[in-house]
Write a protein of this length. Structure first.
Length: 245
């Protein structure tokens, strides 16, 4: 199957991963979905296209074949296009893996992976701004802590990072999948990179993801490492938490 529609950054990212003995998580946007007009806002009912389904399968196949890893854990937004992306990536991984990939997709129901649920305290206050500003404007306001009804941006991102830590594989050659949405991914990347504004060119594409791993035996005292668009990043979770105050 073709990877022509895979964001080029993902192929480069594999070359920057640690050795296979270091478990990693791929926190990814879902694959190609149906397109609608509307300032980057999309309904929960939009499904993967046939190309999107083929791409998710091919990327799962490529990822396992080129990193010598096994999908040991998988979490997903409950939205169907995310669940389908996860299932198809696992199916693709099965096609080339001599070891058993997990077939269990843990659906995260409490909103941490649903846009913009992981960052919201009061949806009635926040929703009008999401509709008014569109996805990009909303996330830029969020990272600057300029919206009512929202968590502090660092707290919102820490909540997702802790979820990733808790579901991170612990064995050698381990890979965990976390399938979510562009707004969640965009906010995480902006905040951990200490950005106060992103533009449209920096917005995550469909099937584009952030590789992360942790150094340390406790989330609060760990060092977060990540790969995004050909760049390696690092931060201390303890120091990052202090910035919330």
């Amino acid at each position: 199957m073709s990877l022509n529609l895979l964001p080029e950054s993902m192929l480069r990212a594999m070359d920057l991963l640690p050795t296979a003995q270091v478990p990693v998580t791929l926190f990814t946007r879902h694959s190609l979905r149906e397109i609608v007009d509307g300032r980057g806002l999309s309904g929960y009912d939009l499904q993967l296209t046939s190309q999107g389904r083929e791409l998710a399968y091919a990327w799962g196949e490529c990822l396992i074949e080129n990193t010598d890893r096994v999908i040991q854990h998988c979490i997903s937004s409950p939205i169907q296009r995310c669940v389908d992306t996860a299932a198809l990536m696992i199916e693709g991984a099965d096609a080339v893996s001599a070891k058993n990939n997990t077939h269990h997709i843990e659906i995260i129901e409490q909103g941490l992976l649903v846009e913009p649920g992981s960052f919201v305290l009061d949806i009635k206050q926040a929703a009008p701004y999401f509709r008014e500003q569109g996805a990009l404007g909303f996330i830029n306001s969020f990272v600057n802590n300029a919206l009512p009804g929202m968590k502090h941006s660092i707290r919102g991102v820490l909540d997702v990072l802790e979820l990733i830590y808790e579901t991170h594989p612990t064995n050698n050659n381990g890979l965990s999948l976390a399938v979510s949405h562009d707004t969640i991914l965009a906010a995480i990347i902006a905040v951990i990179s200490r950005r106060t504004r992103i533009d449209q060119s920096e917005w995550p594409e469909m099937m584009e993801g952030l590789f992360v791993w942790f150094e340390g035996d406790d989330f609060a005292d760990s060092q977060l490492k990540w790969v995004w668009r050909g760049q390696l990043g690092s931060l201390s979770i303890r120091e990052f938490q202090r910035l919330e105050w």
